[in-house]
Design a protein around this ligand. Structure first.
Ligand code: B1M
Length: 211
């Protein structure tokens, strides 16, 4: 891995948001691909923080500043990963489910979907099931996408599936789920239409649904 990517990872772990932004910009100018910067710089750093968090070597405040630094880096990459001027292929309602405040993975899913020419209405975090349905109806969406990072909140996805299925838009909308604790088997058990493990495959699946 290049020294610059290692430095991005290190500065992210230290929570130095302006420095991460500057280094990501530098990496872009040096010709590194946005995908490489994302995976080998930003996500590599966040994975290390995640492992330390699990082992009680760092705590919520450190994780929070690292997450902010990650988001600042992603902001630089967003327009590069998005294909400017691509005709919109369909609308996706995206959000992190009720009770869950994790948004880094969701933001990546959004970025990749926008990069594939989908319009994404991002409802943010802590989104109740009814808000997914209301937004899907309002925006005439083809897809509702739910993200969850906590074992305790992934069950909220079942509420979203039930809310969509019992609504008037049931047969217009596909439900996609994802996030670290979510599995294919869980998705099937709650009646979701699709589970994907990462942002890139989520975007590809969403495009297929809209085709
Ligand atoms: Co939290 N947290 N956290 N946290 N946090 C985890 C998830 C945890 C695994 C850490 C651990 O203990 N090892 C653990 C959950 C354990 C569990 O339930 N199994 C945990 C916990 C316990 C908590 C708190 C309860 C801690 C506390 O307060 N004591 C608390 C909960 C707050 C709440 O939500 N109500 C909490 C808080 C936080 C912070 C606020 C400090 C911060 C979030 C900041 C933010 O998001 N803005 C945070 C973070 C950063 C993490 C870790 C370290 C990193 C998560 C992350 O962003 N990963 C995480 C540990 C870990 O995962 N190693 C942890 C990077 C991201 C790119 O990956 O989100 O998995 P991910 O997204 C991937 C895929 O999952 C997929 O695509 C993405 C990219 O490829 N994907 C989808 C995601 N959504 C998708 C949707 C799709 C398809 C694919 O379709 C629609």
């Amino acid at each position: 891995m290049s020294e610059l990517l290692q430095e991005i990872s290190a500065q992210l772990q230290a929570g130095k948001a302006p420095k991460v932004k500057e280094l990501v910009q530098q990496a872009v100018e040096e010709g590194l691909s946005p995908q490489t910067i994302l995976e080998e710089g930003l996500l590599a750093g966040m994975n290390i923080i995640g492992a330390k968090f699990k082992n009680n070597e760092v705590f919520v405040p450190e994780v929070l500043v690292a997450a902010r630094a990650m988001n600042r880096g992603i902001e630089v990459l967003r327009p590069l990963l998005a294909d400017a001027g691509v005709e919109e292929k369909g609308t996706v309602i995206l959000g992190t489910v009720k009770g869950d405040l994790h948004d880094i993975g969701k933001n990546l899913v959004r970025m990749m979907m926008e990069g594939k020419g989908l319009k994404v209405v991002d409802l943010g975090v802590d989104v109740p099931a009814s808000a997914f349905v209301d937004a899907a109806r309002e925006h005439n969406a083809r897809i509702v996408g739910c993200s969850a990072l906590l074992a305790s909140t992934m069950n909220e996805m079942k509420s979203v599936v039930e809310a969509v299925r019992s609504s008037d838009i049931s047969d217009k909308v596909k439900i996609m789920v994802g996030g670290a604790p979510v599995t294919e088997a869980f998705a099937a058990s709650i009646g979701a239409d699709c589970y994907t493990a990462d942002a890139t495959s989520a975007a590809a699946a969403a495009v297929d649904f809209c085709a």
